[in-house]
Design a protein around this ligand. Structure first.
Ligand SMILES: Nc1ncnc2c1ncn2[C@@H]1O[C@H](COP(=O)(O)OP(=O)(O)OP(=O)(O)O)[C@@H](O)[C@H]1O
Length: 840
């Protein structure tokens, strides 16, 4: 590439060494990535397949743009991505490039979309009507008090409409049934409707009155006996009033507040003058409103300096945000017309077989959906084309020889010993007779049906070893364990074998739900104590343990004479390993004797001394510290790590704002109780670079949901429990709410809002329900695709023959609620296409 395309002719100092260094960055990129590096201005869309190096390419392109345009702290490149961890990782990459180029670090900043919006909104409180000194950001869940209060207000103000809901599709007036229905409506159906609709409408920029206007354009939609959108608009209005009266804001408010700021000409100019361009990663996940924000920031000059990089096939947020993949596809189409679309279809992450399997699934699912679409079209001939296909037809291709990525498209080096054969070996030649091998042998014996069922045992292992030699080279395994317990044993054995040979590699089990993750983690810990290094991300995310633990301790210091409070506090200390194991009930039954014994009380046992000491220290702190400082004190007492301390601080700030000056311990406990009961209090992520990510450490088996796994990769990826019930699954009406009909109000409302946003006619209730189902199915298949494309060397997939309907851990431990389950429809198709990969 000639020098002048790296440093533009306007660049005043064309330093030869800098030019060379920039060229080197560019040369280390693939052709698709280079099109980002060559960007000089104007809009650019980059549609990229999984593993093609979007973030790597964007970091290189960002460094080149910063150097080329001599950006600095007052005229910056803004890089935006979806999650905090992705932001930390791309920031680290850009910093490294700038260090290599000996350039200052001020020419760029990296944000999440919400972080950027909050930044803009809080700098201009007078325009945004949002100030963090007076407002608190919340992310209410379905049972949040705000939603319940909005529902109650609506019921009180709309008795006739409510009566209609109570009557449902049929009602004989029986009193117990009426009470039951009331309870279902108040606690389940209406809060769910409010939760879904408020988020859908608000993040699309619709106000309650807009929703009402949409409802009123439509006179009597077929089947809309409950006037769902009118009802939803009422709930939304109440919610907004509640927020305002309590000085709270939610995440959607932040984007709206930032847009309000940018509507002001002066403020807009101020921001635009500081922004040279915006680079957006994961663009398929942005809602139209978020995109609007970026467009405004990027249009300070003569043209729109906006580079959007994404993969419409990895859009997995469309069922809970309005980030429908059609928006990014549209942007790509517009750019294509101006010859400003680049594609990146080469990817070096996965082995060829894994790439083949992912490509196969993409095509298969589109064909499968086309069929479904055709039959719906027959059912509803008057409606326009239902929806787009789940996937854009973009195939992943392995990289060309000479690619800059070392060891691209890596094969599985498994010594020909992989697969269930590792498990088989344990069965035939148990290693050291540890407690574990006894356990797993016992386990395997329980499952001996699995070997005898399929073939004579010896023949089976011979067969499978032979089999494995072939397919393990290929890096794809398709298992059909007899049930979910055997699934975990197969994973455990396989992981042990692989890590035994390659301790430098990493692995992950990707699950569809947190409950499944909890089950896998608990089974693996039981079967392989201290043998497999497990990192259960769900467990960490339940950092709701921070609010819960602090609450238990505060409740204790507020009412130390309550045996329940003392017991809960001691439980926390024991869980954190701050006191030795002992019978806590014995201590908790007589709090006073335990805490401040009189001269006649029997002496305390040595083992309980540290417990008494810690409890007394906490009670002393109550006397000596102002209430807000107690949270920090307790966090230190619990010896929290860095992330937990940061989370506790965030919690303290949040409570201080919400209590607005009323700083009694009683009030703090009250607020914290509400937070633990109704919110997912998000833990603080302490920044870590991609290389040092806690999710991908060598020798570690990470258990993580498919959603969270996005953007990450591992050498070995296990996808268990691919049952049709979970993937794609189907929308479901709880039996308790069936009196309203065979659909949920929330999904119908969402489909109607979406149709209106996409400027299509509002669908009837029956069709809205079908569309919601269609949307969900498409997204579930994209989720599977994301999960499959996380694997580098081994992709292990399984659909057990027997699985539970619900994944309640207590029931699963009793092993009595398994049912025959059909596999996800992709699995039989994959088996047919890749017979070598089938493991019996
Ligand atoms: N030009 C390159 N040179 C060397 N390695 C590269 C290059 N581009 C990408 N890689 C490597 O390829 C892998 C995938 O890259 P990256 O995570 O950026 O992909 P992605 O497109 O963002 O993936 P996904 O969308 O699936 O999350 C990483 O290990 C990265 O280091």
């Amino acid at each position: 590439m000639p020098d002048e395309s790296i440093l533009s002719p306007e660049t005043p100092v064309a330093i030869p060494s800098l030019t060379k260094a920039l060229e080197q960055i560019r040369n280390n990129l693939r052709p698709g990535q280079q099109s980002m590096a060559d960007w000089q201005g104007g809009p650019l869309a980059v549609s990229a397949v999984p593993g093609s190096g979007k973030s790597t390419g964007m970091a290189g392109a960002a460094a080149i743009a910063i150097a080329r345009h001599q950006l600095h702290a007052r005229y910056q490149l803004i890089v935006v991505t979806f999650t905090r961890s992705a932001a930390a990782s791309i920031k680290a990459k850009i910093r490294q490039h700038l260090r290599d180029l000996s350039l200052p670090q001020g020419g760029f900043s990296v944000h999440t979309l919400h972080g950027l919006a909050l930044n803009i909104a809080t700098r201009h409180p007078e325009l945004s009507a949002l100030s963090l000194d007076t407002a608190t950001v919340i992310s209410p869940n379905r049972t949040h008090q705000l939603l319940r209060a909005s529902v109650e207000q609506w019921i009180a103000a709309n008795p006739r409409h409510y009566q209609k809901l109570l009557e449902g599709s049929q009602f004989d007036g029986e009193e117990t049934e009426r009470l039951r229905r009331q309870s279902v409506l108040r606690t389940e159906v209406l809060p769910a409707l409010a939760y879904t609709v408020i988020h859908e409408a608000k993040s699309s920029g619709l106000l309650p009155q807009d929703l009402l206007a949409i409802a009123q354009t439509q006179h009597q939609l077929a089947g809309d006996d409950y006037q769902v959108l009118t009802l939803a608009a009422g709930l939304y209005r109440n919610y907004q009033n509640q927020l305002r009266s309590r000085s709270l804001i939610d995440y959607d408010d932040m984007i709206l507040a930032a847009l309000r700021v940018l509507e002001d000409v002066g403020a807009r100019k101020l921001w635009q003058n500081q922004v040279f361009a915006v680079f957006e990663d994961e663009a398929q996940d942005s809602s139209p409103l978020q995109t609007r924000l970026l467009e405004i920031l990027a249009s300070g000059g003569e043209q729109l300096n906006l580079v959007r990089v994404g993969d419409p096939n990895q859009a997995i947020n469309s069922t809970f945000t309005p980030a429908d993949p059609i928006y990014f596809r549209e942007f790509c189409n517009q750019c294509q017309q101006q010859n400003r679309l680049a594609t990146m279809d080469r990817a070096g992450r996965s082995s060829r077989t894994i790439i083949d399997a992912a490509n196969f699934v993409l095509t298969w699912v589109n064909n499968y959906t086309r069929h479904q679409n055709a039959s719906l079209q027959e059912q509803y001939p008057e409606q326009p084309q239902l929806s787009e296909l789940p996937f854009s037809p973009q195939a992943i291709r392995p990289v060309d020889p000479g690619d800059p990525q070392a060891n691209a498209n890596p094969d599985l080096e498994d010594g020909g010993m992989g697969g269930w054969g590792d498990g088989g070996k344990v069965q035939t030649q148990p290693s050291v007779p540890t407690q574990h091998s006894a356990l797993s042998t016992q386990h395997l014996e329980k499952h001996s049906a699995l070997s005898t069922q399929h073939s004579v045992p010896t023949q089976h292992s011979a067969l499978s070893t032979q089999h494995l030699e072939k397919h393990s080279e290929r890096g794809l395994e398709l298992h059909t364990p007899s049930d979910i317990y055997e699934t975990v044993v197969r994973i455990g054995e396989r992981v042990k074998g692989l890590f035994g040979r390659h301790p430098e590699h990493n692995a992950a089990v990707l699950v569809r739900t947190n409950d499944q993750g909890l089950f896998v983690a608990s089974e693996l810990r039981r079967l392989y104590p201290n043998e497999i290094d497990i990192f259960d991300v769900g467990d960490r995310d339940r950092q709701s343990h921070v609010p819960r633990e602090i609450l238990s301790l505060l409740q204790f210091i507020e009412r130390p004479h309550s045996p329940d409070n003392l017991k809960a506090a001691l439980d926390v200390l024991l869980n954190r390993k701050l006191i030795p194991s002992q019978d806590l009930n014995a201590l908790a039954t007589a709090p006073e004797t335990f805490l401040y014994p009189g001269p006649l009380d029997p002496p305390i046992r040595d083992i309980s001394r540290s417990a008494r000491h810690l409890c007394r220290a906490m009670l002393r702190a109550r006397m000596e510290l102002p209430p807000y400082q107690l949270i920090t004190f307790l966090a230190l007492t619990l010896k929290y790590n860095q992330t937990e301390l940061a989370t506790a601080d965030k919690l303290g700030d949040r409570i201080a704002i919400q209590a607005s000056g009323e700083s009694s311990l009683f009030r703090i406990v009250e607020i914290l109780t509400e937070i633990t009961q109704t919110e997912q209090f998000e833990p603080v992520d302490v920044e870590s670079s991609a290389e040092d990510s806690p999710y991908t450490r060598p020798g570690q088996l990470t258990i993580i949901t498919m959603h969270k796994a996005k953007g990450l990769d591992w050498d070995y990826v296990f996808l268990p429990f691919l049952q049709e019930q979970n993937l794609p699954g189907s929308l479901w009406v709880t039996p308790s709410a069936k009196f309203l009909g065979d659909y949920t109000l929330a999904e119908v409302a969402r489909a109607q809002i979406r149709a209106s946003l996409h400027e299509k006619p509002l669908p009837s209730v029956a069709l809205a329900w079908e569309q919601a189902e269609y949307l969900k199915t498409a997204e579930e298949f994209r989720l599977l695709y994301v999960a499959m494309t996380r694997a580098k060397r081994l992709l292990w997939m399984s659909a057990a023959k027997r699985a539970p309907f619900s994944w309640n851990l207590a029931n699963l431990k009793r092993r009595n609620n398994l049912e025959e389950k059909r596999p996800c429809p992709v699995i039989p198709a994959l088996k047919q296409k890749f017979p070598q990969a089938v493991v019996f």
